[in-house]
Design a binder for this molecule. Structure first.
Ligand code: XMP
Length: 553
């Protein structure tokens, strides 16, 4: 890039007309003309409309294209990655973790939301387990815990221990309430021990007179700051109970939550939270069927109602073929039963598919059939569209129907995410996150290297565990030969989710900086595409060197 200086003689020669203009103005005028579109550039580097229509005879995916760099005044750190998927689902990074049984359970969903993204809890588990997973995310650090788990005075410590075990509670502060909801005291953590199993709660409770409380009316508009002040003034306390004027329990603050929230407020990317300051959490469902294979509407609706009761913010109807009668009927039934619920549905790869799901009531549509790292749909069934072409046609239909789309599958590096975000409002990642500590599953050591299992939801093993309906099969069929549309695989351990996401986010921000895009909307508006030859693809990756790796400290 040449440096543009006021006295630059080359520039003065080219723009003789400005010679009499003071040099600081000369700089402005000449720079304005230099970052105007260049005619030849626009023939080679085309906007999405021109590019994809000119390439309509060939389906393209991430590595087939590159984005042209554009004049920029935006540094990577100045970019904003906020994305609104639909009303109430605002993310601060455009990344969603896949609803797969080797990717997203509560640990992953918590990590995703803390980083500003969203996790979709998979459904390859008993319904009650999925409810507990959602509860775990929703009860994670949210400042004021509005519905603390409480206990009645007559319960035995032994019974409480069993409940803790069954519900997998990770906290140990239990307010004790009478039958009118009035505070009788708090159970001290040290009595949660089998040696006290036979004692009644009330006999070991710290009495009301010794419990620190704050009136709800004293919290004002900024409850977190009020709690923070309280803990500063009362260094011996680490719990604060909120009561109303009748001494009925309204909530609970813990010092550790407040510390984490203060840390989070200083972070570059805010956590994704709901209106009650709880982490956002999505839950996936497949079409629940009865023994005859018909949609079991009643059971499906009651499970969704229970998920919402636990605080799920969005429900994803995850199937391999979203543009189909049963999926449309399921989405419609959910929309009728829950008019305001944000619904994700998929997967599709055509404009007609997007319109169909939008018409059925979905707000956010998953785009991708067969691009996933563990997918064999294209091999087995011979169907599916390479991802960028699918995203282009889907994005046009989404614009028309005022819904958003998520690019689902096939993302192997941050550059793919930048390309996906030129056409979509977010991406869904499976393989990129499956090696993180937060993904479910054990670490396996093979030949000195560490791995985690990663399997397609259409693999035989996953379908036997419950996901058969996603691929239009009955679970019973999986004992016979059904064609698997996914494989079982291993992913090398990738470290913590925070590190993996910060690498991905850094890449997205760099991409936006190169395009002069401050926001994701700017990125969508500015992107200029060019097709890359096979030699260009080789040139794009490190080549002709032996790579050395510096490990992060
Ligand atoms: P990545 O590339 O991130 O893809 O690993 C994750 C996405 O792949 C989809 N998926 C499957 N597709 N057979 C398929 O054809 C499968 O067994 C399968 N399992 C998951 C899904 O959309 C996921 O988000």
């Amino acid at each position: 890039m040449p440096t543009l200086l006021p006295g630059n003689s080359l520039l003065r020669e080219r723009y003789q007309i400005f010679l009499e203009i003071p040099s600081h103005l000369f700089l402005c005028c000449s720079m304005v003309s230099l970052h105007q579109p260049n005619e030849l550039d626009s023939q080679f580097f085309q906007c999405a409309e021109d590019f994809f229509l000119n390439h309509s005879s060939q389906a393209l995916t991430y590595d087939d294209v590159s984005l042209a760099t554009l004049y920029s005044e935006i540094l990577p750190r100045d970019t904003q990655l906020d994305t609104q998927l639909t009303e109430g689902i605002e993310l601060h990074i455009p990344v969603v973790s896949a609803d797969m049984d080797t990717v997203t359970e509560s640990r992953m969903a918590i990590g995703m939301a803390l980083n500003g993204g969203l996790g979709l809890i998979h459904y390859n588990m008993a319904e009650k387990d999925q409810l507990a997973e959602v509860s775990r995310v929703k009860s994670h650090v949210h400042g004021l815990i509005q519905d603390p788990v409480t206990i009645s005075p007559d319960k035995l410590i032994g019974d409480l221990l069993q409940t803790i075990e069954k519900e997998k509670y990770t906290f140990s502060t239990f307010p004790v309430l009478d039958q009118d909801g009035k505070l009788l005291g708090v159970l001290p953590a040290h009595v949660l021990n089998v040696r006290f199993a036979k004692l009644r709660v009330i006999d070991v409770t710290i009495p009301r007179s010794q419990v620190c409380t704050i009136l709800q009316s004293e919290l004002g508009n900024d409850a977190i700051t009020a709690a923070d002040d309280y803990f500063t003034k009362n260094p011996m306390e680490h719990k604060l109970i909120v009561v109303d004027s009748n001494d009925r329990l309204c909530g609970l603050f813990t010092l550790s939550d407040i510390l984490k929230i203060n840390q989070e407020r200083r972070a570059q990317f805010k956590a994704a939270r709901d209106s009650r300051f709880r982490l956002l959490c999505g839950a996936a469902i497949s079409i629940i069927r009865d023994a005859q294979g018909r949609m079991d509407r009643k059971r499906m609706m009651s499970h969704i109602a229970a998920l919402l009761d636990r605080g799920a913010d969005v429900i994803a109807v995850s199937t391999a073929h979203g543009h189909s009668r049963d999926v449309g009927a399921a989405v419609k039934a959910i929309r009728d039963a829950f008019p305001k619920l944000p619904i994700i549905a998929g997967n599709v790869t055509s404009g007609a598919g997007v319109e169909f799901l939008a018409e059925s009531g979905a707000n956010i549509i998953k785009v991708g059939q067969g691009p996933g790292s563990i997918c064999t749909t294209r091999v087995v069934a011979g169907v599916g569209i390479p991802q960028l072409t699918a995203l282009y046609v889907a994005s046009k239909a989404a614009e028309k129907r005022k819904v958003t789309i998520l690019a689902d599958g096939g993302i192997t590096k941050s550059g793919d995410i930048v390309k996906a975000l030129t056409l979509s409002q977010g991406v869904i990642c499976g393989g990129l996150l499956a090696g993180c500590h937060e993904a479910p599953g054990e670490i396996i050591e093979i030949g000195g290297k560490l791995y985690k299992q990663y399997r397609g939801m259409g693999s035989l093993a996953a379908m036997r565990a419950g996901s058969a309906s996603r691929y239009g099969h009955l679970k019973a069929d999986t004992t016979r030969k059904v064609a698997a549309e996914g494989i079982e695989a291993l992913k090398e351990i990738a470290g913590s989710l925070d590190n993996v996401l910060s690498q991905l986010i850094g890449g997205i921000q760099s991409g936006m900086g190169y395009l002069g895009a401050q926001t994701l909307a700017d990125l969508r508006g500015k992107a200029r595409f060019v097709q890359v030859s096979p030699a260009g693809q080789r040139e794009a990756a490190p080549h002709d060197v032996v790579e050395l790796k510096t490990t992060a400290k």
